[in-house]
Design a protein. Structure first.
Length: 455
């Protein structure tokens, strides 16, 4: 192994060199009996020393050229990885958030006739949720921020489910304009009127418990709420028995959902009264009020939808068909643009923003192998003792940079802000050592009386 020592000061190096040259002489020079009258004599350089110095300088020059060429090509490749830069990823995510805002606006521009307004609102809500998720991702993104990406994926899944539900509802609306749909609506309307009446009665009973609960004991409130829950279960059973058809199935689904939400709220309220200790404040009715109000809204919506179907004249049905067709045309364009956006976003995720991790890793591996060849050439430089300071500096420089390249190849990841910091630092250190070696070679050539033309 080479001794890694710094370059000797020029005077010390000259002394050592003089000793080396002196040891190589065949005999000591004759003393000058009259030094004042004779010109000084120079000690001849041994041929093998001169040749070693010449070989070293020539090889060092070629290595330096290849070293700089390697740096130039590496830096050009590095600059070309703009898509792997942190700022590029952030800019792309901001662009995605803007693109989805345009999708949301497109949803807001859907036709809003009485027969399609609910479908438009459903799509608008889904688009807004996905856009909000992308805005959060754009504002808070960091490399490997998986939770933010998962939130966007969840919102997108809900949006896709919403699109499918709207497509199904459009098909139902198209079918609901026929005579069969009218017959189904009439049959459903008769039984629905009974459900609506029973539901209104249990709401009256619930309102009584709420209004009287100040004067009731907790146990009495719990008992009365239990009776309301029993009545609601009967309503739920009646909803299950409603005649289902293409015309009514979405109405039944909305009724079931509202009844379940109201039952959960009533059950929780009853349990609060059951566990109320003496002196405690009465449980809040606000959540149950909200769920009951929601059920009333669903009942009114179903009632309105049935009236639209039952009271529509032939011309009205033609208008409904026209409204549905107009909505479908705009809906198809919206879904097409939405899908194209998802394809672009998926491709960006798949390639990590166009920054293919595997390709970059392979290229870094190739750079490391290529620099390994330079390092081998450095180790193969002539090793005469008077060349060792320059050789050791170059070996140290090559080892530092080669190790930094190997570490970079194993640790590189897209969008990291400090990926090249360690390599840049070692390149600076290696450049300083190379510069020292270069100065030493120049001084050695001057002492040996060698010109660059001899290399």
């Amino acid at each position: 192994m080479r001794l890694k020592i710094g370059l000797l000061p020029p005077l010390a190096a000259a002394i050592i060199l003089a000793l080396v040259v002196a040891c190589g002489s065949a005999a000591p020079p004759a003393s000058n009996p009259n030094p004042a009258n004779q010109p000084p004599t120079t000690t001849p350089i041994p041929p093998e020393a001169r040749q070693a110095a010449q070989d070293f300088a020539r090889a060092q020059r070629l290595i330096e050229e290849d070293w700089e060429r390697f740096h130039t090509e590496f830096d050009q490749w590095r600059v070309g990885l703009s898509s792997c830069d942190w700022t590029a990823a952030q800019a792309t995510l901001r662009g995605f958030a803007g693109d989805l805002s345009e999708i949301t606006q497109q949803a807001n521009n859907l036709p809003r006739s009485s027969s399609t307004r609910r479908l438009a609102d459903q799509l608008i809500e889904s688009a807004e949720k996905e856009a909000a998720g992308l805005r959060r991702l754009s504002d808070r993104w960091q490399p490997d921020a998986t939770a933010l990406f998962e939130a966007v994926d969840s919102a997108r899944a809900e949006g896709l489910a919403s699109q499918k539900a709207v497509a199904d509802d459009l098909a139902d609306l198209s079918e609901s304009t026929g005579q069969d749909a009218l017959d189904d609506a009439r049959k459903f309307s008769t039984e629905f009127a009974s459900v609506k009446k029973d539901w209104a009665s249990l709401h009256d009973a619930y309102n009584s418990v709420r209004d009287e609960q100040v004067s009731l004991r907790a146990a009495d409130s719990a008992t009365k709420l239990g009776e309301v829950i029993d009545d609601l279960k009967k309503v739920q059973s009646a909803v299950d028995d409603l005649p289902s058809s293409d015309t009514s199935k979405s109405m039944i689904a909305d009724l079931k959902k509202a009844a379940k939400a109201e039952q959960d709220a009533l059950t929780q309220l009853k349990e609060s009264f059951d566990s109320q200790a003496e002196g405690d404040s009465a449980p809040s009715f606000s959540d149950t009020d909200a769920k009951a109000s929601g059920s009333d809204g669903v009942l009114e919506q179903v009632d309105d939808d049935l009236k639209d179907i039952l009271e529509a004249s032939s011309s009205d049905k033609s208008d409904i068909i026209g409204d549905v067709d107009a909505f479908r045309q705009q809906y198809d364009l919206l879904v097409q643009d939405w899908a194209a956006f998802h394809d672009e976003y998926n491709e960006w995720r798949r390639t990590e923003g166009g920054c293919n991790r595997v390709e970059v890793s392979n290229r870094l591996g190739a750079f490391a192998l290529r620099f390994g060849d330079i390092s081998k050439r450095v180790n193969n430089l002539p090793q005469a003792s008077f060349l060792r300071p320059m050789g050791d500096s170059l070996v140290d420089a090559a080892q530092r940079e080669e190790e930094a390249l190997r570490i970079l190849r194993n640790t590189w990841r897209p969008f990291a802000t400090d990926a090249y910091r360690a390599l840049d630092q070692e390149r600076d250190n290696a450049r300083r050592l190379r510069r020292q070696a270069g100065v030493g070679v120049q001084e050695l050539m001057q002492r040996f009386g060698m010109s660059p033309d001899e290399l």
